[in-house]
Design a protein around this ligand. Structure first.
Ligand SMILES: Cc1cc2nc3c(=O)[nH]c(=O)nc-3n(C[C@H](O)[C@H](O)[C@H](O)COP(=O)(O)O)c2cc1C
Length: 210
């Protein structure tokens, strides 16, 4: 699949079938994820493939708890926005079917360094997200549904405990993987000229300063 096609049709797929996903395929996706850059080429990542029903159940409970806390805020934010309301319905589906999703890949990074100074936190998250995006694109290329899910990790302490992670490893993202019920398709994003400046913020490329 051409890269531009993969990029332009990769979107958050939350509704997936319970059918199993081959372990070798998951390893191939993670291998492609590992081609991403990290700060100082540290490669301090660790990936945990979650398939065990008991582990899923524990994360499912955490996810439901967090969604119960956040749901009203999300609904309020989406009150005049049908696209956001659709997204919230998809999130609700993911919450309701959490344990049926065949695989999750928890992407972790070395270092419990999310506090001070901010540059350290930026390096930690900045080092895992290129790998995450690679994984999403690799999943797209083979037709597997995937998404970025952080809600089950909002309690980092609980997530660490469930996975038996050492304190020095931070779980950053939990990627659900499965064969899609729906389709991949083009995403809606803001126009490039609306978000790009030349030399100074607000100096738009077409010359219209905002
Ligand atoms: C940092 C980050 C955290 C996210 N956390 C969640 C999450 O907890 N649950 C969820 O369903 N989607 C989550 N998402 C997915 C976004 O909602 C999704 O990528 C965005 O709405 C764009 O979707 P689209 O590519 O289908 O347009 C997260 C995305 C990012 C980048």
């Amino acid at each position: 699949m051409p890269l531009a096609e993969a990029i332009t049709t990769q979107r958050a797929i939350r509704r997936v079938k319970p059918d199993p996903v081959d372990d070798e395929l998951i390893l191939e996706l993670i291998e492609l994820a590992l081609k991403g850059p990290t700060a100082q080429n540290e490669q301090g990542w660790e990936f945990v493939i979650v398939k065990d029903p008991d582990v899923k159940r524990k994360f499912g409970q955490l996810n439901r708890f967090m969604w119960r806390l956040y749901r009203r805020i999300a609904a309020h934010k989406a009150r005049d926005n049908p696209a956001e309301q659709r997204m919230n319905r998809a999130v609700q589906w993911g919450v309701d079917h959490f344990e049926e999703i065949p695989v999750y890949v928890v992407c972790c990074f070395r270092g419990n360094r999310l506090g001070f100074p901010p540059v350290v936190a930026a390096s930690t998250y900045g080092s895992i997200f290129p790998a995450v995006q690679n994984l999403l694109l690799a999943a797209r290329a083979v037709g597997l549904g995937a998404n970025i899910n952080t809600m089950p990790l909002w309690s980092n302490f609980a997530a660490r405990r469930i996975l038996g992670l050492p304190f020095g490893l931070t779980p950053c993202v939990m990627i659900p993987l499965g064969w899609p019920i729906g389709r991949y398709g083009p995403t809606t994003r803001r126009p490039v000229r609306e978000v790009t400046s030349l030399d100074r913020y607000g100096n738009r490329i077409d010359g219209e300063a905002t």
